[in-house]
Design a protein. Sequence first.
Length: 256
Amino acid sequence: MNKWFWLIGTLDNWLIDKEETMRLTSNEKLIEQRSRWARYFTFAGMGLLLASLVTSFTTDYMALAYGTLLGGFVVAMIGSYWAHKWLRPPRADQALEKALKGFDNKHHLYNYLLPAEHVLVAPSGVWVFKVKYHDDQIICKNRKWHRPWRWSRLFGAWAQEPLGDPIAELQEDIQKIKRLLATQVENSVPVDGYVVFTHPRAQLIIDDPALPVVMVGDLKDTLRKQKRAAILPPPLLNKIETLFDEYIKAKHALRQ
């Protein structure tokens, strides 16, 4: 009898945990497609480079050898770039999911489905994340971003997304989400964001950024410490999610 009570209690706890888990909606079709393309381009690039090596032994085919060498390099570079984003674990969406684990089902994380890649709907508002995967020192001073030069990055730099200006990119994503919300949500919904670095060896040296910049491991605690004037009422949260869901359905329908 005690065994049955233990089993029922365990099942109840599991159901409660499932109900209280943050909801996650990701574009699995896009992830699978881009992952497949990354593999195809990588193998195709290697094949072209191998063909270039073989044809280079015959002087009659030197033009072909140089052509396949150039083509193989470009194709392999594209494959490596996509592999870095879509095949390298953890992907940005996986890193965010792990970092935000523990939030309840009032939180809903969207990945690769909205005008910004990563958007969290929460009782405190809408949060946009610009995820970056760079190691070593990341320096932001006087609103300018850079990384110290390292010879070790020479061969891998072309396969990695440029650092760029993460704050400017995040601000652009925030404006996209604000424009989407303005189409149907009349209330003033707070939309903010974070630049999130996910590489474990990243060292942030940030001087007075216009928007918050954090390591992924600090994201959840930082979000919890945010102070808002008021918590968004459930009807407004539902309206935001309905708008996002309708946008996703309409976007999907156009691609079919």
